[in-house]
Design a binder for this molecule. Structure first.
Ligand code: F6P
Length: 435
């Protein structure tokens, strides 16, 4: 079995209720066949190397509606759970799943699981919410999640017992790395028990740190919000002699929000991300670069991702949150204090420290993310109805595909400091290549 092969609960032998086509030229969308694949590595080099070895290139399963489905619409019951930190677009995804199940597949019984995986533990006593098109029709206008969320896992056996007890056939889990690993563990337990329950993950994180997929939903809205904060922070910096604005943005282990916000608002002079081990002191250190910038231009804008510069702290022990994520030391205030101490006897400066914190992730999705969220939701429903399980839906090389959960959770996506992307950040900021 290849790394990218998707598991199926069994043979899809029920005719899909969708009135789609199987032929080109009739102006009706065609069902996706199981052998419709998307090439993973688009480089000619990789393609040639496959040809040389007489192998097919590594391919991913194309997402979309299948001609035959596994679940019978009349008896199918689905549940949706949202876990982890908030992210713009969660409500859009919930709405899209409910609408697709209800209108495309005629699945009328849909439960909302309150407060993340906790809601699958009956001991919490939260109950469930019935989700109908009428209940979800307006929720895309709001940030957050109508279901509530929580961090951390629950006993897998207990959660599967709940699915069985509630007669759930499909579980949609919307969440980041921890949630997806949890969903896979649920899928594994279901398999062990020989049950026909499909588990589907929809990757959600503003940090954009889910491996393989082009981007996670909500990420673009987050850096969009951050971008206007950078514009205003620049006004603060430029408004004072040797003015310095430091803006701390979310991004625990990957600096994509900091990098993309800075690219989209090119007023930033330094971007510090978790992927780089910058030095503070010395001739080639960050503070010397900052001094030079002030001497040249009399103001500076610094964007720092919350997970950056952790090597600068003396850590006695690693703290983690309920999802097992490392809780970082506060690089923002640390940097502010270090800059202030460094310039104290060197030159006068005015430092403005700005921490937008949760504001970049609690808003409603922007238009681009709204389109993306609907696409993810519809494709998640198509995949689940056809009996696929333990998979996520995502876009790779700009195409919607299904990927095994394990393929995207084995490591976190990080900025490649040798990539064209990071080079474009350096070109935009003008910070030294060596930093
Ligand atoms: O979901 C990702 C994220 O927003 C990170 O950028 C941030 O470090 C973390 O979640 C904060 O999460 P919380 O404070 O909600 O546990």
């Amino acid at each position: 079995m290849s790394k990218f092969e998707i598991q199926n609960l069994g043979k899809a032998s029920i005719k899909s209720p969708l009135q789609l086509s199987t032929v080109r030229g009739d102006n009706i969308f065609n069902f996706i066949k199981e052998d419709h694949k998307v090439v993973y590595n688009l480089s000619l080099e990789a393609y040639k190397s496959c040809l040389d070895k007489g192998q097919d290139p590594v391919c991913l399963e194309k997402a979309g509606p299948r001609q035959n489905v596994f679940f019978d619409s009349k008896t199918t019951k689905a549940a949706i759970v949202t876990c982890g930190g908030l992210c713009p677009g969660i409500n859009n995804v919930i709405r899209g799943i409910v609408m697709a199940l209800h209108y495309f597949y005629d699945v009328k019984r849909i439960l909302g699981v309150p407060y993340g995986y906790e809601g699958l533990n009956p001991k919490m006593g939260y109950g469930f919410q019935e989700l109908t098109p009428d209940k979800v029709k307006d929720i895309h206008q709001f940030g957050g999640t109508i279901l509530g969320s929580s961090r951390g896992g629950q006993d897998v056996g207990v959660m599967v017992d709940t699915l069985v007890h509630q007669k759930i056939d499909i579980l949609f889990a919307i969440g980041g790395d921890g949630t997806l690993k949890g969903a896979d563990a649920i899928g594994e337990e279901i398999q062990k028990r020989g049950l026909d329950i499909s588990v589907v993950g929809i990757p959600k994180t503003i940090d954009n740190d889910i491996d393989i997929i082009d981007k996670s939903f909500g990420f673009e809205t987050s850096f969009d919000i951050a971008s206007s904060i950078l514009r205003d922070a620049h006004n603060e910096a430029a408004g004072a002699y040797n003015g310095i604005s430091i803006i701390k943005l979310m991004g625990r282990d990957s600096g994509f929000i900091a990098a993309c916000a800075s690219l989209s608002m090119p007023v930033v002079n330094f971007v510090l991300v978790p992927e780089m081990n910058f030095k503070l002191y010395g001739d080639t250190g960050f503070l010397a670069m900052l001094k030079k910038r002030l001497e040249d231009k009399k103001h500076a804008v610094i964007v720092v991702a919350e997970g950056a510069g952790q090597h600068l702290f003396n850590k006695d022990k690693v703290r983690t949150d309920a999802s097992g994520n490392i809780q970082h030391d506060d690089i923002g205030t640390f940097l502010k204090n270090e800059i202030s101490a460094y310039f104290k006897d060197v030159m006068p400066t005015t430092i403005k420290y700005i921490d937008p914190s949760y504001i970049v992730r609690s808003a409603a999705a922007n238009s681009g993310d709204s389109v993306f969220c609907s696409g993810l939701a519809y494709h998640a429903v198509h995949g689940a109805m056809s009996g696929k399980t333990r998979f996520v839906v995502g876009r790779v090389n700009n195409k919607y595909v299904y990927l095994p959960i394990k393929a995207v959770t084995s490591k976190r996506k990080k900025i490649d400091l040798e990539s064209e992307f990071w080079f474009s950040v350096l070109q935009s900021t003008g910070q030294p290549l060596s930093m």
